[in-house]
Design a protein around this ligand. Structure first.
Ligand code: ALA
Length: 380
């Protein structure tokens, strides 16, 4: 049985209720939501409406109609930055952002958008003084990851969001690594936008994500087309979520996501976070006791993602040995976040990333540590 320690990429296994919900949507409902009046179409619409209410409740989104279903966090981020920024605008981001932010920004910068990357410490935490300075004069947008996908470093999001809100600057928070794990209230943080995937901490299937855009922000849609509403009009409806949701929705994905959110909400608040942090702390401590291992600890740990390297052993080779020899799944390399690795000082080789999830046990962590010790001992 694989010891799966790649939950920062996608959580596995999902709760059995998630598999059942996906199957139910495919086999028992089968119709398209919002596109017909027959019983199955109405059932499909009810699943989608209920999923919006659950997502809004979990994430502190004031109005369920502002919950926009996307393909993933990357699509949500692309929608916002391309629908909001114009040439000559100024945007501020941190030096640990994922390529989901860095790549669209790089393209926009070639079209005249000015991009400021605010430095983070070597542990990955935003320098708040430098951040405050970057907000004067106010940029048109700030984009900040809630926690690094490389080493789990949590950003000072309350402080950063407060500084943005005081100045009327919309903040797009990237919650890909934290939704379902860290407490998040879009409303309390006064966020302009929020994007996350459904297949990580929210325990849903891949191919579904959530985006929130505050009602006063006129963000253009990325895709236009059929919405099942105002079909007689040539232009896309202006209201949410139809403005941003064109084409047949991913009903199995939305149904599975709703079941994942139920699973998270049925647990005591903070219990998944506490479990993952306990496992990550054990990993941090046990790994750094092994001679030849260097752990890239975060300044403030926000998720279970732990990054390390072994002296003289390429991260990709170590991940391969763990997979082939010990049936342990981890991710090696740059984790689609070269900027974060530059900040941590691990570019270009990257690291081995171990990321326990809600169902990982301490025995699995012990097995992983023992396997790393065995691999290192065999090389002496
Ligand atoms: N962004 C995902 C990861 O960190 C895929 O692995």
């Amino acid at each position: 049985m694989t010891v799966y320690l790649d939950n920062a990429a996608t959580t596995y296994p999902k709760p059995s209720s998630v598999y059942r919900a996906v199957r139910h949507a495919m086999e028992e409902i089968g119709a398209t939501p919002g596109r017909g009046a027959h019983r199955r179409a109405r059932e499909a619409s009810a699943v989608v409406s209920s999923a919006r209410r659950k997502a809004a409740a979990l994430l502190g989104i004031p109005d369920p109609d502002r919950v926009i279903f996307t393909k993933n966090a990357t699509e949500g981020i692309n929608l916002v930055v391309k629908g909001w920024l114009r040439p000559m605008d100024h945007v501020v981001l941190s030096s640990v952002e994922h390529n989901a932010v860095v790549r669209p920004m790089e393209r926009l910068s070639r079209e005249g958008v000015r991009v400021t990357r605010v430095r983070c410490s070597q542990g990955g935490r935003l320098d708040l003084d430098a951040f405050r300075d970057s907000l004067d004069p106010p940029p048109r947008l700030v984009v900040l990851t809630h926690a690094s996908n490389v080493n789990g470093c949590l950003q000072p999001v309350e402080e950063a969001a407060g500084l943005c809100a005081e100045r009327g600057i919309p903040l797009l928070l990237d919650g890909a690594q934290t939704a379902g794990i860290q407490p998040i209230s879009v409303n309390d943080l006064r966020l302009g936008m929020f994007a996350c995937s459904g297949h990580k901490g929210l325990l849903g299937p891949p191919g579904i994500g959530i985006l929130y855009v505050r009602s006063d922000l006129d963000v253009l849609p990325l895709v236009e087309g059929g919405t099942g509403s105002l079909s007689e009009e040539a232009l896309q409806p202006e209201y949410c979520p139809d403005r941003y949701e064109s084409g047949t929705p991913n009903l199995p994905g939305i149904a599975g996501l709703a079941a994942g959110i139920d699973f998270v909400m049925e647990r005591e608040i903070g219990s998944i976070l506490k479990h993952e942090l306990a496992l990550a702390t054990a990993l941090d401590e046990r790994l750094q006791e092994i001679p030849g291992v260097k752990v890239f600890k975060p300044d403030v740990r926000g998720t279970g993602a732990v990054s390390f390297v072994v002296e003289g052993l390429n991260p990709a080779d170590l991940a391969h040995i763990l997979d082939a020899g010990f049936d342990i799944a981890v991710r090696a390399g740059l984790h689609c976040a070269p900027l974060a690795h530059q900040t941590l000082g691990t570019f270009p080789e990257g690291t081995v990333r171990v990321s326990p999830g809600y169902s990982t046990t301490m025995e699995e962590i012990e097995y992983f540590i023992g396997s790393v010790q065995t691999i290192i001992a065999a090389r002496r």
